[in-house]
Design a protein around this ligand. Structure first.
Ligand code: ADP
Length: 461
């Protein structure tokens, strides 16, 4: 059974000569017998040619589809050259595509995974509109992308970018829905007016926040040191001038000067401790430390302060507490600071308790030791608690200074605990007291995920 292409080609090839012979036959120009022979000949010729052509065309199609030179044995004249040229052109294009497709896929993956927000802005009706955005932009700005372009800083940058040869950079701040600091870069995709613009937005909120914190820290540290220094300079001038020779005044002033110098020394010592701890924070400590011994030692040398405040200390340590991997010096500093605060801000004549618990517990599901330093003082209002570990943050500046505080004690605790891969939590209720909780893992190496210290507040009554 001949295939459809064979029949089609045969009909096409044979139709015109057959019609011509029929016309000649009808008009009587050729003898009927000659006409019939002509018709049979035409049919045979067109069927034969149809078969050859259909086979060649099928082979040609396969050659082009496979872009293969294996089947180039065509009977049809000219088909070999045609196929050869077509296959060459196809091979060149296919090679180009093979190079382009992975590059395009990589480019797409880059755009999809780029952590910064990228927008394409096209000019429509005289204004720039967002016509495309990558997933980061979608996640960060969602439906607000067009509203973003109304920011005055960005609007000005877009106008500048319409003409600029180089990318235009601008830093902008967004107030809503959450305050954000962004660096924007506008890049023209091509020369000429109306070419698409790309807008790249990088979130710099964290870096700017850290910059501000650093600036605040320098300003605070200078301020903290300047106050006692100004007082010292003032007294030195008084002693050299108006009070020169006044033995009684001199003694009194020297006492105040010693106090101020002491304060400066404490601030500098705390600043140095803090920077030392921060420098090694990424390195978990290696020593074997008995936390029971550390706590007993701290309790021992806090005895004079306890006496002065008429405070009772209850040291309730579990028997047989296991040793942990830690830095004995830093842990001594942690519990000195916490006990010092509990006594300083606790009730005069009150009680301070140190308790230990072995974990895992429901709240702390990993093996470790939880140490609570509990006082029955005035407590801390809820809103202050998350900020207490900031450098120089104090609830009551005057009170802290009077009791000899530097405002750095809890910052030191936070960083030292973080170096031990532990947790630091503060629970407090006003007029009832404060519980400072330090949890230390038994194997610090295993606790890399818990580097963040955590603040908690509970309200009792
Ligand atoms: P300071 O040197 O001022 O004590 P810290 O960093 O140790 O600095 O503490 C920061 C602030 O936290 C203190 O100024 C004080 O207001 C508050 N604070 C710390 N511990 C207690 C506590 N046990 N009870 C009440 N307030 C506390």
């Amino acid at each position: 059974m001949p295939s459809r292409p064979v029949i089609t080609i045969t009909v096409w090839l044979g139709a015109i000569p057959a019609l011509a012979i029929v016309a000649l036959l009808v008009s009587g120009v050729v003898h009927p017998r000659l006409g019939v022979i002509g018709l049979i000949g035409t049919a045979l010729w067109s069927a034969g040619a149809g078969l050859i052509l259909a086979r060649d065309l099928a082979a040609f199609r396969r050659s082009i589809e496979d872009a293969s030179l294996d089947q180039l044995h065509f009977i049809t004249p000219g088909l070999n050259t045609l196929a050869l040229n077509a296959i060459r052109a196809i091979t060149v294009e296919r090679d180009k595509l093979n190079r382009l497709v992975p590059a395009a896929a990589a480019n797409q993956a880059l755009l999809d995974r780029l952590p910064d927000a990228l927008f394409r802005l096209d000019r429509e009706g005289g204004a720039r509109r967002v016509v495309w955005q990558n997933p980061s932009a979608e996640g960060a700005f969602g439906a607000d992308a067009q509203a973003l372009l109304r920011h005055p800083g960005l609007r000005a940058a877009i106008v500048e970018a319409e003409m600029a040869e180089q990318p235009v950079r601008v830093s902008i701040g967004l107030a809503a829905p959450v305050p954000r600091d962004l660096d924007a870069v506008l890049i023209r995709a091509a020369d000429g007016p109306g070419a698409p613009l790309f807008l790249l937005l990088s979130d710099r909120t964290r870096e700017r926040g850290l910059d501000r914190m650093r600036q605040d820290f320098v300003a605070n540290a200078s301020h903290e040191l300047r106050t006692p220094l100004t007082s010292l300079i003032g007294f030195i001038e008084t002693l050299r001038g108006p009070a020169a020779g006044d033995a009684e005044a001199s003694q009194q002033f020297l006492g105040i000067m010693a106090e101020q110098a002491d304060r400066m020394q404490r601030i500098i010592a705390d600043l140095l401790s803090l920077s030392r701890i921060e420098m090694m924070e990424h390195q978990p400590p290696e020593q074997r430390v008995s936390i029971a011994r550390v706590l007993k030692e701290v309790a021992g040398f806090m005895a004079p302060l306890l006496d002065r405040q008429e405070t009772r200390l209850e040291l309730a340590l579990l028997d047989g507490l296991p040793d942990l991997r830690g830095d004995a010096g830093q842990l001594t500093q942690v519990f000195t600071n916490l006990l010092d605060n509990a006594i300083k801000y606790g009730k005069r004549g009150g009680t301070v308790k140190i308790e230990t618990t072995l974990t895992p517990t429901e709240q702390l599901p990993l093996p470790g030791i939880l140490i609570d330093v509990i006082d029955d003082g005035l407590g801390i209002a809820r809103e202050h608690i998350p900020r207490l570990t900031e450098r120089f943050y104090r609830v009551d500046k005057g009170r802290s200074r009077t009791v000899g505080g530097t405002g750095l004690g809890l910052a030191i605790v936070k960083h030292a605990v973080s170096r031990h891969r532990g947790r630091f939590m503060i629970e407090s209720s006003e007029n009832i007291g404060t519980k400072c909780r330090v949890w230390l893992p038994l194997a610090p190496e295993a606790e890399k995920g818990l580097t963040d210290t955590q603040m908690m507040v509970t309200r009792k009554g």
